[in-house]
Write a protein that binds this ligand. Sequence first.
Ligand code: NAD
Length: 241
Amino acid sequence: MSKLTGKVAAITGGASGIGLASAEAMHAEGATVVLVDRDEAALKKIVARLGERAIAQVTDLLDPASCDAMVPQVLEKAGQIDILHCNAGTYIGGDLTETSPATIDRMLNLNVNAVMKNVHAVIPHMTGRGTGDIVVTCSVAGHSAIPWEPVYSGSKWAITCFVQTMRRQLFKHGVRVGQVSPGPVISALLADWPEENLRKAKENGSLIEPEEVAEAVLFMLTRKRTVTIRDVIVLPTNFDI
Ligand code: NAD
């Protein structure tokens, strides 16, 4: 039997990059995966490719009604949620004064508020069953003050703190909470990185693949239930924080 047979996992941002790699890794281990994303066309193709045990959930996490409806809709489709991987996120670099208030709202609404609201929505289900795993995709930017991305870095520090407080609150109810914190990962999100940083990262080999982050997520999920992994920091070998 595979390690996640019989489990249902909901993965936000499941149509691309880290979320897709995480969904594929869990699916390969026998889980039923619910891919949550706003990109309906991409979801359709992925679900058709994965076949059995793959479900699409079209949700725009920046739309408050759509965000709040996500967990109930997944429960209606899949019956249970054993694993919630809060992964969807967006990136913005640059000085704070160059960042519009609307962009700050969008960053915090997706990277922070949607994560907190999705966790809030799933808690009664998981604590009611006395079991569950919540994993959040954070970032090295949530451990280190990166000067060229104050809003992104701020959003990820908020999430690091949130995860660690929820971890301590929920363990007594059988629910584990952890996070994975990658360095730069080759995905669509890097298109918004400063060009100069991307060029340097490519030159010195300091980029990793989404699949390498997914391995860390799987590592956390497949420990014995008595063990919680707080955070796996996944960095290219030559990366320093
Ligand atoms: P990605 O752009 O490849 O994937 C993001 C996915 O989220 C896309 O499928 C997109 O459609 C979806 N999404 C975006 N806005 C959404 C919304 N409003 N509602 C629903 N879905 C939405 O990016 P990625 O690199 O895989 O990023 C995933 C997570 O990893 C993010 O939280 C990001 O901050 C984090 N992260 C990325 C890197 C990196 O270098 N790529 C490094 C550290 C952390």
